[in-house]
Design a protein around this ligand. Structure first.
Ligand code: SAM
Length: 203
């Protein structure tokens, strides 16, 4: 994530944490770089960051694909496992007390999640199946006035995959969200309308 996107994410997290003192949720922990931004904003406001990942990597991070890192393969299991690296990242930053790490698939975690949240940052799987499930699972938990942040939004298909762009468009077209900022591929939206229906598409 480029620095200006990170600053925009931090600004959104700081605003939401300060305004609501509700949990800030991230979908897609990986090794924890963006988690640090949510965690520091949560710490400053006296709330908590919650980050969700099965830690087995997305499609493009698997062996043979563009973003694969062999250093995060568990040699015993033979699959990716970014959890140890993530834990070291948090420990080194001194932010362990400000993060709850949920290890599991995003839709399953969203289905059992209870409280409203101040912000949801979607940066998980980038297929339509995964991005749609993240959108439908998590947006309904955002408090009115809270923020939805989507990463890797590329209006031009030549710049990248379209699944995050499609959920960003869906949020706007639902009438339940308005755009706050756009920084490269990072979009910040505010939940402005009333209750969302069960799949986050607005009422
Ligand atoms: C692009 S990386 C996240 C990068 C991280 N936000 C950062 O900026 O450092 C995507 C992550 O989403 C996770 N992921 C993909 N699909 C998922 C799903 N359905 N449930 C949970 N985690 C998932 C992958 O394991 C991977 O670690």
């Amino acid at each position: 994530m480029p620095v200006d996107e990170g600053l925009a994410l931090y600004a959104a997290a700081h605003e939401a944490a300060t305004a609501f003192r509700l949990p800030l949720v991230e979908v897609g922990t990986y090794c924890g770089r963006s988690t640090l931004l949510l965690a520091d904003a949560a710490r400053a406001a006296g709330t908590i960051a919650v980050t969700v990942d099965h830690h087995r990597g997305s499609e493009e991070q698997q062996p043979g694909w563009e973003y694969h890192d062999p250093e995060v393969v568990d040699p015993e299991v033979g699959r990716m496992d970014t959890l140890p690296t993530f834990r070291r990242t948090l420990h080194t930053a001194g932010l362990e007390d400000h993060v709850i790490a949920m290890v599991g698939r995003s839709p399953e975690v969203a289905a059992v999640w209870g409280p409203q949240v101040g912000l949801v940052f979607i940066d998980g799987g980038h297929t339509d199946e995964h991005a749609t499930a993240d959108y439908e699972g998590w947006t309904r938990h955002i408090a009115p006035g809270g923020l939805l942040v989507v990463h890797d939004v590329f209006p031009d298909p030549a710049d990248g995959g379209q699944a995050p762009y499609r959920i960003y468009r869906r949020a706007l077209e639902s009438g339940a969200f308005t755009e706050v900022s756009a920084t490269r591929s990072l979009r910040v939206l505010r939940r402005t309308a009333g209750p969302l229906d069960g799949d986050g598409s607005g009422t």
